[in-house]
Design a protein around this ligand. Structure first.
Ligand code: HEC
Ligand SMILES: [Cu+2]
Length: 335
C-alpha cells in the first residue's frame, strides 16, 4: 500500500512537471505538432516506469537492509520465480513495442511526400552551411542562410563535403546527419513566419560551435523577390565597387563570413575562434593578407590550429572580392 500510494503521488507530480516544462523552442513547421505530442506521451509512460523502479529500490532499502548482528546471515534461499520473470519481461517488452510502433507511425506520416515540393540542397562543411536552390533556368542559387516560403512543403537533400555534420533547425524539430559520400534528407513544411537558428548537431571539429546559420520563413512573394535578387550579379555598392566590409561581416553566399571567427573593430565583430585581426594585421602588407586568406594553412598563427579557417576562399571569392577584402583589411585592421 505504501508503495502504491507514494508511487501514484510521485507519478502525478512527475507527469505534471514534465508536461509543464517547455522542452522545445517555438515550433515553426507542420511536423512539430505530432513530434511534440509523441514527446508528451513518452513523458506519460516513462515517468511511472522511473517512479516504479525508484519506489521499489527505496522500499527494499528501508525494509530488507542488513541490520546490526546480521552480518554473517545469508538471505532466504530463493532460486527464481518463473511466473514473476515472465511478467516482468513481458510488460516492458509490450510497452517498448507499442511505443516504437507509435513513433514509427508518426515518423512515416510526417515524412510523407507532398505535392509540389520545393527542393533545397543542404551542404555541410567545416564550418558552414550552404543552401542551394536548383533553378529551372541555369545555375542554382546559393546562400549561406536558409530562406523558405511559408506553407510551402520542402524536401531537403543533405550532403557533407568533409566530415559528418548534422542539419538541425530546432523550430522544425527534424534533424539528420550529413554524411560524406551519401545523400540524406527530410521533409518539412514551415508554417510560421520568423527567424530561427540552424545548428550543426554533430561535433565536427574546432569550429563546430560557430557552424550556425539563420532560417528565415517569409511570405511566398518575398521569397520570389529574394531568389530574383540572388540571381542578380554579385554584391556591389553604388559605384560598382565590391564592398569589403560587407563581405567580411556577411560573406557572399558561398564564402563564410570572416566575422564569424575573427574580431575586427571596424566591422564590430568579436569572435575569438580565429586571431584578432586588429592585433595580427596591424603592420602587415596586402601581399601578406592575401596569402593568409587564400592559403591559411601555409603559416599558422601561434596559439591557433590548422584546419579551422576554410581553405577554399581562393575558390569561393571572386578576384574582385578578394581584392576588396584585402584592401579593406589593409585600411582598417589595427586602426
Ligand atoms: C571558421 C573560422 C574562420 C573563418 C570563417 C575565417 N577565419 Fe581567418 N583564421 C581562422 C583561424 C583559426 C586562423 C589561425 C590559424 C591559421 O593561421 O590558419 C585564421 C587566420 C587568419 C589570418 C592570419 C592571421 C595572422 O596571424 O597573420 C588572416 C589574415 C585571416 N584569418 C583572415 C580571414 C578572412 C579575411 C576571412 C574571411 C574571408 C577569414 N579569415 C575567415 C579562422 C577563420
Ligand atoms: Cu558541423
Amino acid at each position: 500500500m505504501w508503495m502504491v500510494i507514494h508511487g501514484l503521488i510521485a507519478s502525478a507530480i512527475g507527469i505534471a512537471v514534465g508536461l509543464a516544462i517547455n522542452w522545445f523552442p517555438e515550433s515553426a513547421s507542420t511536423q512539430a505538432g505530432p513530434i511534440d505530442r509523441l514527446y508528451d506521451i513518452l513523458i506519460w509512460v516513462s515517468v511511472p516506469v522511473f517512479v516504479t523502479v525508484t519506489i521499489i529500490v527505496l522500499f527494499s532499502v528501508q525494509n530488507f537492509r542488513m541490520r546490526p548482528g546480521e552480518e554473517q546471515l545469508d538471505g532466504p534461499p530463493i532460486h527464481g520465480n518463473t511466473r514473476l520473470e515472465v511478467i516482468w519481461t513481458a510488460i516492458p517488452a509490450i510497452i517498448l513495442v507499442v511505443l516504437c510502433g507509435y513513433a514509427w507511425v508518426v515518423l512515416r506520416d510526417i515524412e510523407e511526400a507532398q505535392a509540389g515540393e520545393m527542393r533545397v540542397n543542404v551542404v555541410g562543411q567545416q564550418f558552414a552551411w550552404t543552401f542551394e536552390y536548383p533553378q529551372a533556368d541555369g545555375e542554382p542559387v546559393r546562400s549561406k542562410h536558409l530562406y523558405l516560403p511559408k506553407d510551402q512543403p520542402v524536401r531537403f537533400s543533405v550532403r557533407a563535403i568533409d566530415v559528418i555534420h548534422d542539419f538541425w533547425v530546432p523550430a522544425f524539430r527534424m534533424k539528420i546527419d550529413a554524411v560524406p559520400g551519401i545523400e540524406t534528407g527530410y521533409r518539412i513544411t514551415p508554417n510560421r513566419l520568423g527567424t530561427y537558428p540552424v545548428v550543426c548537431a554533430e561535433l565536427c571539429g574546432l569550429g563546430h560551435a560557430v557552424m550556425r546559420a539563420t532560417t528565415r520563413v517569409v511570405e511566398p512573394a518575398a521569397f520570389e523577390r529574394w531568389i530574383a535578387q540572388q540571381k542578380a550579379p554579385a554584391q556591389a555598392s553604388e559605384d560598382g565597387e565590391v564592398d569589403g566590409k560587407a563581405l567580411f561581416t556577411d560573406g557572399n553566399g558561398a564564402a563564410t563570413a570572416c566575422g564569424a571567427c575573427h574580431t575586427l573593430a571596424d566591422a564590430a565583430t568579436s569572435s575569438a575562434t580565429g586571431p584578432d585581426l586588429d592585433e595580427v594585421l596591424a603592420d602587415k602588407d596586402a601581399a601578406y593578407i592575401e596569402r593568409e586568406i587564400v592559403d591559411p594553412n601555409a603559416e599558422i598563427t601561434p596559439g591557433f590550429q590548422t584546419g579551422i579557417m576554410p581553405p577554399n576562399y581562393g575558390d569561393t571569392l571572386s578576384s574582385d572580392e578578394l581584392e576588396a577584402l584585402v584592401t579593406y583589411l589593409g585600411e582598417v585592421a589595427g586602426k
